[in-house]
Design a protein around this ligand. Structure first.
Ligand code: SF4
Length: 256
């Protein structure tokens, strides 16, 4: 099985998007090898942003949506054929700024798709404007004096709206990200994974994150919503990553 395409990778050299691509190819390869996925039934969809190039580099069924509209597109694909394993790649600009309501409604409905959010805390494709995930004080073309807003916490929002699988990972931990991707793709229902992905050209946060990323302990009680909510809020001196929450509920496609 060859998951690479002949397209030349045009991300900036060293961009952690490439690490996400490697993690995903590994996750898909292992799921296929383990008999849990067939390549014919896999759809990789993406929105607009630097992340969106990923569909050019994947030899799977792919779909690229309008800006902010990848989640309703993926929802339609899943309803049209519930046997498909539908994976959405999106960015903080694409789904937390442009298409925010689509993300919330899909999570609340428990649509059976996996959403991998490349969180680089900026609109990287358009040279580094602030998004709703940029930190307070962030300086870019749209906020030369520094952003005055506190960043949203996407995992906290998704837990609050009722997502049945919520995780966070770090792009440069390829093996860890692969494991989380596999768990998300095996989850029955809406799976949300925030992938912290430094943009090394417009907002290089590698030094910031390298010493503060902390995996959840193996025995973390990830079926307890209150514990999960408390944990995802602990973003500060440490940034917890791992699967915060996972429960089973009827999916949107089952309900309709
Ligand atoms: Fe990656 Fe940032 Fe370059 Fe986009 S601008 S390819 S996110 S390093």
């Amino acid at each position: 099985m060859e998951l690479a395409t002949k397209s030349k990778i045009t991300w900036c050299p060293g961009c952690p998007n490439s690490a996400i691509l490697v993690s995903y190819r590994k996750a898909v390869t292992e799921l296929v090898t383990e008999g849990k996925l067939t390549i014919e039934n896999l759809v990789s969809a993406a929105g607009i942003g630097c992340h969106g190039k990923i569909t050019d580099y994947l030899n799977t069924n792919t779909f690229e949506a309008l800006h902010g509209r990848v989640i309703p597109s993926a929802t339609g694909i899943k309803i049209g054929n519930p046997k498909l394993n539908v994976v959405v790649f999106t960015g903080d600009g694409d789904s937390l700024s442009e298409g925010f309501s689509h993300l919330l409604h899909a999570a609340e409905r428990n649509v059976g798709i996996s959403v991998f959010l490349h969180n680089n805390e900026t609109f990287a494709l358009t040279t580094g404007q602030a998004t709703f995930l940029s930190p307070k004080g962030f300086k870019g073309p749209s906020t030369p004096g520094g952003s005055v807003d506190e960043p949203m916490n996407p995992a906290l929002i998704l837990l609050s709206i009722g997502a049945t699988f919520v995780a966070r990972t770090y792009a440069l931990d390829i093996e860890g990200t692969k494991k989380i991707m596999k768990a998300a793709m095996e989850h029955k229902g809406f799976a949300f994974v925030e992938i912290i992905q430094p943009c090394i050209t417009f907002f290089d946060t590698r030094d910031h994150y390298k010493n503060i990323i902390e995996w959840l302990p193996e025995d973390f009680p990830n079926s307890d919503l209150e514990v999960a909510i408390a944990k995802v809020r602990e973003v500060g001196e440490k940034v917890p990553i791992g699967i915060f929450y996972q429960v089973l509920k009827p999916t949107f496609e089952e309900k309709i």
